[in-house]
Write a protein that binds this ligand. Structure first.
Ligand code: ASP
Length: 407
């Protein structure tokens, strides 16, 4: 059986057993839950362990071999613009569909407590923090924008020192290969990790929560699917001349990893490998666009935020004006840049959006119970967006090997 089939099977069994045990009320004791948390957490940590070295060595080896460093500025500009455009489309679709479906619940909403313990970071700080004042801190904290920034400078400088740089370049290429190989090794334990992650989610959350908030849940799901098929599919077809069925079939592993870990950051190593090896994007583009996307591009998250805004407004009986919708588009797009690619952060960033249009932040308490499950689906969309834009940028830069995707 190939790896994706195994992961898929593990996911199905985890979902089935978790929901069943939750329904029967067995294994609900803290002891069991703590115990089954161990394998899943080990799996996520082993993926996270690779993020910084994989991103650093990929970017340095990609950039240090560019014949013309000025292309880097172009690649950066095109990717940031495309990332922002797709996020704007995502949130617009979310607002359109949630206004048509009009999700809301008739529930007594008095007495809901504020569940938020964290503050959303200010955009100003996100921008200032791109340049690390201490590279060791950037590395130990796995601050992706800072690691990307330093890796770019490192690669460019290595390119500029023409004399005696070959050995270092070769060494970095070798280390890059080594870490890519390490991803392959870790992928072999993925089915077990995925099983425990999904099993625990459904064991503790149950399946019925989905139906309690059915309208909200299915609206988010519908818009995520529409965005996947039409926005990404359309872009790949029109700008990339890429067969979208082949694209999605090559993306299986990345999407499954994102789904089970609920973390775009933890999926960076796997997605980088997929984008380079299965989709044929050259390292000089992928090494930069994939980690950048995992950090600043969160279309799935923006979709959840759009639908959640309308849902909370409906539930509290507050009308939103066209101007409100415009500011939701703007703020959710900016929030997407500041959202870290780890589980649940999208919900915290939703406070920014709600504040902007004067909706009660406590409304988040209504949807928090179901967020873990939606987080899995939106993270799968987030990483697909990163891969899509990587392919488009590579196509524009003539750095896409269509043979790989078509093979
Ligand atoms: N879990 C999401 C991601 O990693 C972020 C979020 O929406 O909470 O992409």
């Amino acid at each position: 059986m190939d790896l994706s089939k195994k992961i898929f099977l593990a996911l199905g069994i985890g979902f089935f057993l978790g929901s069943l045990f939750n329904y029967l009320g067995v294994m609900q004791e803290k002891f069991f839950i703590d115990f089954i948390e161990i394998p899943g957490s080990l799996f996520i940590s082993s993926l996270k362990m690779l993020i910084v070295p994989v991103v650093f060595f990929s970017i340095v080896s990609g950039v240090s071999n560019l014949s013309n460093v000025s292309t880097l500025g172009r690649i950066g500009t095109i990717s940031v613009i495309l990332y922002l455009i797709t996020t704007c489309i995502a949130i617009t679709l979310a607002l359109i569909f949630s206004n048509i479906i009009d999700p809301g619940i008739k529930k007594n909403i008095t007495g809901l407590e504020t569940v938020l313990k964290q503050e959303a970071p200010a955009l100003k700080d996100v921008i200032i923090n791109i340049v690390p004042s201490n590279i060791f801190k950037a590395f130990t904290e796995a601050n992706m924008l800072q690691v990307i920034f330093f890796a770019l400078i490192f690669g460019i400088t290595l390119n500029l020192i023409k004399k005696n740089n070959v050995k270092l370049k070769d060494g970095i290429l070798l280390l890059n290969d080594l870490f890519l190989k390490m991803i392959e090794v870790i992928m072999h334990i993925a089915p077990y990790g995925v099983f425990f992650l999904i099993f625990k989610t459904f064991l503790t959350q149950g399946f019925e929560t989905i139906f309690e908030l059915g309208e909200y849940f299915f609206t988010v799901l519908l818009v995520l699917i529409i965005h996947l098929i039409f926005t990404y599919g359309g872009l790949l077809l029109i700008l990339g001349k890429i067969n979208i069925f082949k694209f999605f079939s090559k993306m299986k592993n990345s999407m499954l990893f994102a789904f089970s870990t609920s973390s775009s950051a933890a999926t960076i190593p796997v997605n980088l490998k997929t984008v380079e090896e299965n989709l044929g994007v050259k390292k000089s583009v992928a090494s930069f666009t994939v980690p950048l996307g995992a950090t600043i591009n969160m279309d799935g998250t923006a979709i959840m935020q759009g639908v959640a805004t309308v849902f909370i407004a409906n539930t509290y009986g507050i009308d939103l004006s066209v101007a409100d919708f415009m500011s939701v588009i703007l703020v959710a797009t900016l929030a997407s840049i500041g959202t870290a690619g780890v589980p649940g952060v999208g919900l915290i960033m939703l406070t920014m959006v709600l504040n902007q249009v004067g909706l009660p932040v406590e409304g988040i308490a209504l949807i928090i119970g179901i967020d873990r499950i939606l987080d899995m689906t939106r993270t799968a969309v987030n990483v697909t967006g990163d891969a899509t834009i990587s392919c488009i940028v590579a196509k524009i830069e003539k750095k896409l090997d269509l043979k790989k995707i078509n093979s």
